[in-house]
Design a protein around this ligand. Structure first.
Ligand code: HEC
Length: 149
């Protein structure tokens, strides 16, 4: 009997952990390596398309040979200064990234498609947009102080 109880526990525990693993890998969905650091957001969100086919931000937010969309350059090495503490060009009074305050950061509004935004939800077009899990990671980076890490 004791042995039976033990094996039920072990099976239960491994099912629990399998369940946890599954949840973890589904959180960041089409960008499995996404972490709440600026380097990771740059690599997996700004620079690259993801597994769902979401456009890379720098396809439009670049000044290489064109005017950057929304007057916003998200190229590596320049994006941090373009975002953190910087006022929006599209919406007066809004700030793109406010450290520790994801709810008030205008980039979050633009990516989630809030009713208050000027212009369109990002990435511009018909999607795919960022998933809830990807937004959780970006929100977490801001919550942790929006560091240049
Ligand atoms: C297909 C082109 C395109 C892509 C891809 C795109 N954007 Fe934009 N973005 C624009 C245009 C055009 C504007 C200005 C008009 C508007 O706000 O709708 C803009 C505006 C913005 C603004 C507002 C800037 C301000 O100062 O008000 C933010 C923030 C932004 N984009 C973030 C992003 C992020 C982050 C991504 C990637 C997830 C992205 N965009 C992908 C075209 C694009």
């Amino acid at each position: 009997m004791r042995r039976f109880v033990m094996s039920v526990c072990v099976v239960g525990a491994s099912m629990l952990f399998a369940g946890c693993d599954e949840n973890l890998s589904t959180i960041t969905g089409p960008t499995p390596n996404l972490e709440p650091t600026f380097a990771s957001i740059q690599r997996d969100i700004f620079n690259a398309r993801d597994l769902a086919g979401r456009q890379a931000c720098i396809e439009c937010h670049t000044d290489a040979g064109r005017n950057p969309s929304g007057n916003l350059v998200l190229l590596e090495g320049r994006s941090y200064a373009q975002l953190v503490g910087r006022g929006s060009t599209g919406k007066g009074g809004a700030t793109l990234v406010i450290p520790n305050d994801p709810d008030s950061s205008y980039i979050v509004h633009k990516l989630e498609g809030n009713a208050d935004i000027a212009g369109q939800r990002m990435p511009r077009g018909s999607g795919p947009f960022l998933t809830v899990g990807q937004m959780m990671v970006i929100r977490r980076w801001i919550e942790l102080g929006a560091l240049n890490n």
